[in-house]
Design a protein around this ligand. Structure first.
Ligand code: ATP
Ligand code: MG
Length: 230
């Protein structure tokens, strides 16, 4: 599903430069459920943004669903991102002036899905995350956990093969966090490949695999023992 080879991402500050991603190679198969862990500043978000086609590297190769995305133009990247990837952010990133249904419909307006289908699919996605009765609310009228569930509905509405999330439970209490992990587990059971960053070992314990970062390098890659099933 995803294969990256020898990724290097360099940031410069004045005379100094350092590698936020320092020769990263990683393979993630279809149906995996992977947590990315590591200290602050170790390169987790940098990697997620590259995997999510939101950012580029200085060198290395990235293959997503058999397509080499390393040398795509910004337009091509946007198209493949819209089709293949659902991205969930720590801060939800919902549009405040749109209601929940409209927020979820948004990715489909970019991909040219007709109005009626948009509405049906958005309702279907909202039902999946348990928010069908909140569709006319605006983001500021629902809780943090509910906002993140809307963001997940928005991420899955184009039926992506991969769901990526950068600290999706980072702003949530533990009860809401478990709800989010339950949804990710369900989506993974239904066939989606899930990749998420987390600081919390207990959250990572819900995944199938943990990849650990330090200083832009992968220092550990293991299967989860005694995985928590919800
Ligand atoms: N746009 C940027 N310009 C310069 N340096 C950057 C930029 N974005 C990230 N960095 C640096 O790259 C390194 C990796 O950052 P990254 O955001 O990937 O870390 P992280 O592992 O996600 O950390 P956290 O757990 O705090 O979210 C950090 O040292 C960071 O300061
Ligand atoms: Mg980060």
């Amino acid at each position: 599903m995803i294969e990256v080879n020898n990724l290097i991402k360099t940031y410069k500050s004045g005379e100094e430069s350092f590698n936020a991603l320092d020769d990263i190679s990683l393979k993630i198969d279809k149906g995996e459920f992977t947590a990315i862990m590591g200290p602050s500043g170790s390169g987790k978000s940098t990697l997620m943004n590259v995997l999510g086609c939101l950012d580029r590297v200085n060198s290395g190769k990235y293959t997503l669903n058999h397509k080499d995305v390393s040398n795509m133009t910004d337009g091509e990247l946007a198209t493949i991102r819209n089709k293949e990837i659902g991205f969930v952010f720590q801060a939800f990133n919902l549009l405040p002036r749109m209601n929940i249904l409209e927020n979820v419909e948004l990715p489909m307006t970019y991909s040219g899905v007709p109005f009626k289908t948009r509405r049906e699919r958005a309702m279907e996605a909202l039902e999946k995350v348990g928010l069908k009765d909140r569709v006319t609310h605006r983001p500021n009228e629902i809780s943090g956990g509910q906002k993140q569930r809307v963001a997940i509905a928005r991420a899955i509405v184009n039926r992506p093969n991969v769901i990526m999330a950068d600290e999706p439970t980072g702003n949530l209490d533990s009860k809401s966090s478990i709800e989010i992990m339950r949804i990710f587990q369900q989506l993974n059971d239904e066939g989606a490949t899930v990749i998420m960053v987390t600081h919390e070992p207990e959250i990572a314990q819900h995944c199938k695999r943990i990849v650990s970062f330090r200083d832009g390098k992968i220092v550990e890659d293991m299967q989860v023992q005694n995985r928590i099933l919800l």
